[in-house]
Design a protein around this ligand. Structure first.
Ligand code: ZN
Length: 236
């Protein structure tokens, strides 16, 4: 891997990775994005990516200069190894072990390993992801320890000195909104509100004050509560 100063952001088109993209644009000289297409039911999230990328650079001149190309990797193979509600036409429910059935085992390990290989080729030293241990669904591959361990493994296995950054790791959803506001003011908050997608079901035609979504799935519930807490604390 390289000693360069560029970053590769794992960018899904959701609220968390969109905030991470702004965080990276504020910090690194050059920033590229990578998305993974694994046949997820909410393809709408992937479609939000292009719109968000083209609009975020309108907020800040230096961000425009820093944002580089987008990469899309085909991970349809994940559909062959997992049976989840994200991919199949099934109800979102909790499994016997307490994890939602949207869980694709070890998904983030694959994402970061592929991202690290891509970053090496693109000479980007920093990897940025929106994983979070605070308001999360219990996915073990979102944990700080998992990602710190993975960083060590990737550096050993690829002979580099890459750093995995997870700026949202210890923030709750309300604090993630606050971070957006610090990074890009009301313009960025508004852009994330209208142009990112979080809903598991992929509902894009029902508007709420916290964004588009079904309003009932666990992802919508988390986003709604975070927005309410953020706006309440902003009013104080
Ligand atoms: Zn929803």
């Amino acid at each position: 891997m390289t000693e360069g100063t560029g970053a590769l952001v794992l960018f899904s088109g959701g609220q968390d990775s969109a905030t991470c993209l702004a965080w990276a644009l504020e910090r690194f000289e050059s920033v590229e994005t990578v998305g993974f297409d694994y046949g997820q039911r909410h393809r709408i999230e992937l479609e939000c990516r292009d719109e968000f990328r083209s609009r975020i650079v309108e907020l800040n001149r230096s961000w425009r200069a820093r944002l580089g190309p987008d990469h899309m990797l085909d991970l349809s193979v994940l559909g062959q190894v997992s049976e989840t509600a994200l991919i199949r036409d099934a109800e979102i429910a909790l499994r016997a072990d307490g994890l939602p059935n949207t869980f694709v085992p070890g998904r983030n390990l694959l994402f970061f390993t592929l991202a690290a290989a891509l970053a090496s080729r693109r000479q980007l030293r920093h990897l940025v992801g929106g994983m979070c241990e605070t308001d999360y669904s219990g996915y073990p591959d979102c944990r700080d320890d998992t990602l710190k361990s993975l960083q060590v493994t990737l550096n050993l296995g690829m002979g580099g000195r890459s750093t995995i950054h997870t700026p949202l790791m210890w923030l709750d959803k309300a604090q993630t909104w606050s971070l957006s506001k610090t990074l890009g003011g009301d313009g960025l908050v508004e852009l994330i509100l209208t142009s990112t997608h979080t809903c598991y079901i992929g509902v894009r035609d029902i508007w709420h004050e916290w964004g588009y979504g079904c309003g009932d799935c666990p992802a919508c519930d988390l986003r709604k509560k975070g927005w309410e807490k953020f706006t309440l604390s902003s009013e104080l």
